[in-house]
Ligand binder design. Sequence first.
Ligand SMILES: *Cc1c(COP(=O)(O)O)cnc(C)c1O
Length: 223
Amino acid sequence: MEQLTTLTAKIQQYKSQYKNPNNIKLIAVSKGQPVEKMIALYNEGQRAFGENYLQEAQDKILALADKEIEWHYIGKIQSNKTKKIAEYFSWAQTVASNNIAKRLSEQRPSHLAPLNICIEVNISNQASKSGVAPSDVLALANYCMTLPNLKLRGLMCIPEQHTHLSDQRKIFHDMFLLYKSLCEQGLPLDTLSMGMSGDMEAAIAEGSTMVRIGTALFGERLS
Ligand SMILES: *Cc1c(COP(=O)(O)O)cnc(C)c1O
């Protein structure tokens, strides 16, 4: 699939242009995309996929059970969904409350490795968006560290979209500073999940370690 090669080259280009020292992991966001396209990408070497809707994700996970895929849950987490998320996924990137974190840890099957998690930050302070306020992140991070079946990896955000690169960078820079301050306070984090099809350049410029790309990789979504 030509898109994967092109996208990987673009990530490398931004990485060197902005001197981002991190390995930038690509999550292929496959919500609304058919399994056939996912298999094509898998055959090109892509292993990490992100899904937002639990029923759709479960169907795909079963359909692709013979493949070695690392599944990332990136949708909103309601408390009645935690059990399935804890059973089916390697990562949950949108943890935003003590209650959700506690449930995910309690419901993680004991034969599986701890569930990797990111705390979703409402970095643009948008009333309509989910995620915790920046000022509440440290407390939630410390709480997650006490939960035996979770492995706190870092932070993620879905920021407000801006037309100008400098405005978009400013938001991601705030995320970077927050991430850095948590690291300096001793939290063992290695993941700053930021950057989507429309804002990848700004995110990589500000130190992203993980980008979540849907349409730029697969084309428009069917649903
Ligand atoms: C849909 C989605 C993406 C991918 O968005 P694109 O604009 O298609 O790249 C990334 N992250 C989250 C949380 C999403 O919901």
